[in-house]
Structures are given as structure tokens and as C-alpha cells.
Design a protein around this ligand. Sequence first.
Ligand SMILES: NC(=O)c1ccc[n+]([C@@H]2O[C@H](COP(=O)([O-])OP(=O)(O)OC[C@H]3O[C@@H](n4cnc5c(N)ncnc54)[C@H](O)[C@@H]3O)[C@@H](O)[C@H]2O)c1
Length: 341
Amino acid sequence: MKILVTGGLGFIGSNFIRRALTETKDEIVNLDAMTYAGNPENLADLIPHPRYRFLRGDITDPRAVRQAMEGVQAVAHFAAETHVDRSILDPAAFLKTNVLGTHVLLEEARRRAGEIKRFLHISTDEVYGPVLKGKSREDAPFRPTSPYAASKAAADHLAAAYHKTYGLPVVIARPSNNFGPYQYPEKAVPLMITNWIEGKPYPLYGDGRQVRNWIYVLDCVRAIGLLLRKGKPGDAYNVGGEVLVENRALVERTRDVMGVPRNLVRRVPDRPGHDRRYALDSGPLSRLGFRPDFPFDRTLRETVAWYKARPQWWRPLKTSSDFSSYYQKQYEARTKEIAAP
Ligand SMILES: NC(=O)c1ccc[n+]([C@@H]2O[C@H](COP(=O)([O-])OP(=O)(O)OC[C@H]3O[C@@H](n4cnc5c(N)ncnc54)[C@H](O)[C@@H]3O)[C@@H](O)[C@H]2O)c1
């Protein structure tokens, strides 16, 4: 199968492509705009691969999308602006890429009616908003709270509408928080690990009692591969990890793995609108036969080891002007307590 992957130079997309090229016979076209989060190093070793083709282009550009979708049977749409804190500072880019970009892709797929056998839209558990008790099922109402989550909710609805209105074979995946190799170091887990390698404190939001449902990225990309083949058009599937932990407990577990002192955790004022708890019921995905393969504690240790072994991968990202100007804005917007990188 020839698959158009959007955002394949990012964290989950690059893990998806690496797995597809090593464990399937699929041919991959990767359309990525190479924003600050799209890192060519993530797939540099695969550039000569005969089943891989990279196209630099923006999903909001209909011409780039038309060229990228030529001869394709399936779309795996990962491309997005993804960092909640950035969406609070500057929502416009999130609306453009996440909503309008998704629309451009759906329109091109509609134009190619019959050629595209699956359009897999990658959404997020954040569309449900906070769930204080129990677990969100796929039919739960959307109550997004951040500009990021609101833009992803709009895209999710749009993708579902293209199935209902035009019969496009859309399948929606809603993963929970991912962690693992190749994650940009502004996100919680790699920020924590790399700050501690550098001997710097990790800024913990508020009381640290926000609960998240963690999934190892290699489990997530395997689920996405399954949904591309077996997902029922018109259906949405939660892709949740087995572990629900409070942020402060995640910090403690990672601190134990790395053996760092307590003073390297610094409490900072909470993120505005910070959702208290996400939890997914992934029943429909497990009925397709999916079980997570990777135990949390082991993969957390392996993730720490991965970042320890690759300072040449993350150091240039943390010293880039983009990372420092983002941190500067965070610092000015919130508190002088947030540790500068
Ligand atoms: N990381 C998580 O924990 C998580 C959890 C649930 C859902 N998701 C969703 O999974 C998808 C991938 O997330 P990620 O963490 O890998 O993201 P990421 O930020 O690491 O990567 C995003 C990629 O998209 C590309 N991109 C951004 N704007 C683009 C545009 N206009 N045109 C083309 N390419 C563009 C970037 O260059 C980058 O390569 C996103 O849709 C995200 O909402 C992520």
C-alpha cells in the first residue's frame, strides 16, 4: 500500500514511518513543512530507502497536497501544531495548520474519490476535555479547553463530516499522551530527562496532581498501523495507554530512574485552563485485537537511556533560537520561576 504520511518528521510520525519501512511492505510519501518540530535528523538514515520519499511542503498548500497524494491509497494525517503551551501564547498557527490544513487534505482526498481507501486522521484525547471520573468513550461529548485541543476538536469533527457527507473512508484515532524516542524536548518527558542530564530543574505545573494516560510511542504507531488496515470507516478509536498517573508521580518515577535530587523539581504556577485528568476507554481498539506490548516502567527506563545516549540529537534543539525564544515568552508570560533552558 502507498501511504501519504503528513508530519512524518515529527515525533509520532517519524516513529510510524520507521516501523512501516522495517515491518511492512508499505511505500511511504512523507509531506512535512519542517516547522521547528519537524526534524530531518529523525529519519536521516532512511533517506536512501527505496520505499521512502520525502516532500517538503505545507498541508495548507493545495498544490503541495495534490502532488503528495498522487498514486496514494491511504493517508495517515499526523501533521499538526501540537504544543498546548504554544497554543496559549499564539493560537493562530494552530487554527491554520490543524483546521485549515486538515480541510485541504480532506478536499484532495474527496477529489480522488475511490482512489483513497483510508483516510486516518490522528486526533487526540484532549478533544474530550477533563474527565474527573471514569474513562472517555469514543461517543463522549467534546469539551476542549485549550486552543490546541479546540483546533484538534474542529479537525476531528471535520474529518467525521467528510465521512458522513461525502462517504470518504475516514477513520479517526484519538491517542493519549505519548512518550519515547525522537520527542521534541519542549514536551514534559524529554524536557524532564534532558534538563536533569544538564543538571537543571524541571518546572512542575501547579500541584502536579493532573492525571495523564501514558502510552509508549511504539505501541501507539502499531495501533495506528492496525487502524489503517482494520479500522471501520466512519468510526473513531481511542488509543490509550494502560497507565494513568499524576504528573507528580511521573516526576518521581523518572527521578528514581535517573537518581536525581529533589531540588531539581521546581513548582511553578499552573498552566491556564490545565485539564485535571484525561482517561481513555480503548474498548473498540482492543476488540480489533490490539494490546499494548510495552510495560511503562521498562519503556520509561529505555526512554531515559535513549536521551542519555543522544545529546547530539537534543542539544542542538534546546540551544536553537526557536526553543529559547519560546522559553523566553513562557518565562515572561508566567513566572520568573520557570527554569531557563
Ligand atoms: N505527542 C502526543 O503525545 C500526542 C498525543 C495525542 C495526539 N497527538 C497527535 O499526533 C500527531 C503527531 O503529534 P507529534 O507529537 O508527533 O507532533 P510533533 O509536533 O512532534 O510533529 C508535528 C509534525 O508536523 C509537521 N507540521 C506542522 N505543521 C505542518 C504543516 N502546516 N504542513 C506540514 N507539516 C507540518 C512538523 O514539521 C512536524 O514534523 C498530531 O496530530 C497530534 O495532535 C499527539
